[in-house]
Design a protein around this ligand. Structure first.
Ligand code: FES
Ligand SMILES: [Fe+2]
Length: 427
């Protein structure tokens, strides 16, 4: 349970908010590289941390992320013309380059000196691992580019998708570090999803629905471990790294690719669920890629031309009561992504955490909230937040069997580090 002001602190990420200031100290995913594939191609609206921006790619292939609205009289530059190294407002022709600098005011002969002083807010945007990342914080504190393993492996080993989720980023992220719900909500997927099925670990997940949680700190965040009974008095551990502020990685299953998420606020009541799958040691197979495009695993099918899920709140997530009754799905909603999103959206745009009743299986969530609040408050006093150094991003999830007396964070130390070319530790 949180006090009202703690819930406010954690969930508000607009300009000037405590958590917003902290989010702005990290590189975060802004767009899929495929959204700005062509030079001088169509620009796209980007809403991030409650700011309205426009992303575009200029004639030289440079990426720009600038204020959505023209400095002249506030027209949305989504209507603009992307041409000759800049975005031109269609109202009176003012033109801006990728740095937000106004480079032309063609409607007035004497505007030359005047335009030099006109510059739209702009943030850097850089491609890495199929993602266009942005940094929206103070330029003096801009860290080196992120080095999460999914973004560093060769392109044929990694796949990224994103979908819009209609709720605050934190309640979506809290689902990402909550291993306990898998034994319930996703039990059908463990049996039938092509990107999950067939691993021995699934049996432990289904066989022991009362995991015991342990949490250990790492420099960028936490390792959240859920322990279930295995044979011979050993334990099956599923270990989820969480990196501040909102990167989570799901433990692997068998020889399947590994997956995880970024949960990025558009504004306080909506977030992007970024979803990646990669294998550190091999290319993804054609069948795996097809399954991901078909919305299997943690991905989802979206309305063509958008990143809005096909099953969404307007159609009750295609609820199938017969499938629910027959046990084909546990909640009646199909697919892991929308099983999660439907329930998280059902809590309302920002869940009231003053009314919750937490248990020991929520330990990871409690500790992550505490770490976020502590870091956000410390930043207000000038202490830089943890996890901005790319060296701290080189973590991995793991699924391992350990003897009963082992301490997970020590026994699985190697397995929890990104090791180029090495397969994940997985059961
Ligand atoms: S409003 Fe953009 S040029 Fe006038
Ligand atoms: Fe889930």
């Amino acid at each position: 349970m949180l006090r009202k002001e703690q819930n406010e602190l954690l969930t508000r990420t607009g300009p000037g908010t405590t958590m917003g200031e902290m989010f702005r100290r990290y590189w975060i995913p802004a767009l899929l590289a495929e959204e700005l594939a062509e030079k001088d191609g169509p620009q796209v609206r980007v809403r991030l941390l409650s700011e309205k921006l426009i992303g575009f790619r200029d004639s030289e292939g440079r990426y720009g992320l600038i204020d959505e609205f023209c400095a002249h009289r506030g027209v949305s530059l989504w209507f603009g013309r992307n041409e000759e190294c800049g975005l031109r407002c269609p109202y009176h022709g003012w033109k801006y380059d990728v740095t937000g600098q106004c480079v032309e005011i063609p409607s007035e002969a004497k505007a030359r000196g005047y335009r030099a002083g006109i510059r739209l807010r702009a943030y850097p945007m850089v491609a890495r691992g199929g993602v266009l990342w942005t940094y929206m914080g103070p330029p003096a504190h801009q860290p080196a580019l992120p080095e999460f393993e999914f973004a560093m492996v060769p392109p044929e080993q990694t796949y990224m998708s994103k979908r819009l989720q209609y709720c605050n980023w934190l309640q979506a992220m809290e689902g990402g570090i909550d291993s306990s719900h898998v034994s319930w909500l996703h039990r059908d997927a463990l049996r039938s999803d092509p990107l999950m099925q067939g691993s021995r670990g699934n049996q432990y997940n289904l066989g022991d629905a009362m995991p015991v949680f342990e949490v250990a700190e790492h420099p960028a965040g936490l390792f959240i471990a859920a322990r279930r009974n295995a044979e011979g008095g050993n334990y099956y551990w599923r270990i989820t790294p969480w990196c501040m502020p909102s990167f989570t990685m799901i433990p692997p299953r068998g020889t399947h690719p590994v997956h995880g998420h970024f949960w990025i606020p558009l504004d306080d009541e909506n977030c992007w669920a970024w979803s990646f799958d990669y294998h550190p040691a091999r290319a993804l197979t054609a069948a795996e890629l097809q399954a991901m495009r078909d919305g299997k695993g943690i991905h989802t099918r979206t309305i063509p031309g958008t990143y809005i899920p096909l099953a969404n709140r307007d159609n009750d997530y295609l609820m199938d009561r017969a499938a629910q009754k027959a046990g084909a799905t546990y909640s009646g909603v199909a697919g892991i992504a929308m099983q999660d999103a439907s329930l998280q959206e059902s809590m309302g745009p920002i869940v009231d955490r003053t009314r919750e009743h937490l248990l020991s299986t929520d330990t990871g969530i409690v500790k992550a909230r505490l770490r976020l609040m502590r870091a956000a408050r410390a930043l207000q006093k000038g202490e830089p937040p943890p996890g901005t150094d790319p060296a701290t991003h080189r973590v991995r999830s793991a699924a391992v069997i350990l003897p009963a007396d082992a301490t997970f964070v020590e026994a699985a130390r190697e397995a929890l580090m990104a090791r180029p070319g090495m397969a994940p530790a997985s059961v």
